[in-house]
Ligand binder design. Structure first.
Ligand SMILES: Cc1cc2nc3c(=O)[nH]c(=O)nc-3n(C[C@H](O)[C@H](O)[C@H](O)COP(=O)(O)O)c2cc1C
Length: 204
């Protein structure tokens, strides 16, 4: 049997079925990416919600893709998909597909990139091409020392100025042993915020 053509499998995977609310989860290289499987599975329990994931390469270190029941797109897919002019550009297809983008966790590196418009991987290209009239939620997660650095507040406020919604980090004993602010919000909090957008019908 021949392997499926990547363009056809993308078209099948991103087929929009009516009545679904499409949530794209961006995941970056914070240890909180460990929670990706549970975040995806709880989002899928919301009525009418469909989910896809865009991962950075560093984020892959923290979760087992076999525990995530939806398609996970990464930089390799972006470049493998495009071989000729008529081929789709993955970051554009994903921004067209999604009704809501949530970056959870958003690490310090990608926060800085998004705040300054850098788009050097699949996730930051989706964000850079995002239609800012659609909701973009972000869940910062980093070590307390990183969180307290003055550049963090500047970058978070830039994202809020774009209209993006912060789901604030919380105080916790972090994996590195430090205790303080910087842990990603609880999955239940994140899902609760996404739920609020389901209750607001999209104007089309
Ligand atoms: C074990 C480990 C845990 C990390 N946890 C975090 C974190 O919670 N927050 C953060 O901002 N960076 C964290 N980092 C650093 C990021 O992984 C690093 O900045 C990386 O370049 C991020 O790449 P990305 O934004 O493309 O995913 C961690 C690194 C390691 C090795």
């Amino acid at each position: 049997m021949q392997p499926e053509n990547p363009v056809s499998s993308l078209k099948t995977d991103l087929l929009k079925s009516s009545g679904t609310f499409r949530v794209l989860v961006g995941v970056t290289g914070s240890v909180a990416a460990l929670k990706l499987p549970v975040l995806v599975s709880e989002l899928l329990q919301l009525p009418g919600v469909d989910v896809r994931v865009v991962t950075t390469d560093h984020a892959k270190h923290f979760y087992n893709p076999a525990e995530v029941s939806v398609k996970i797109y990464s930089d390799m897919d972006e470049w493998e998909l495009w071989t000729q002019r008529s081929d789709p550009v993955l970051h554009i297809e994903l921004r067209r597909w999604a009704d809501l983008l949530i970056v959870a966790p958003l690490d310090a590196n990608t926060l800085g990139k998004i705040a300054s418009g850098i788009c050097d991987n699949l996730l930051t290209c989706v964000v850079r091409a995002w239609d800012v009239s659609r909701p973009l939620l972000f869940c910062p997660a980093m070590n307390t020392a990183m969180w307290q650095h003055p550049i963090t507040a500047q970058q978070v406020s830039s994202l809020k100025e774009f209209g993006y919604v912060e789901i604030p980090c919380i105080v916790k004993k972090l994996v590195c042993g430090d205790e303080g602010k910087g842990a990603m919000a609880e999955v239940s909090t994140i899902v609760g915020v996404v739920k609020q957008y389901l209750q607001t019908p999209e104007e089309t």
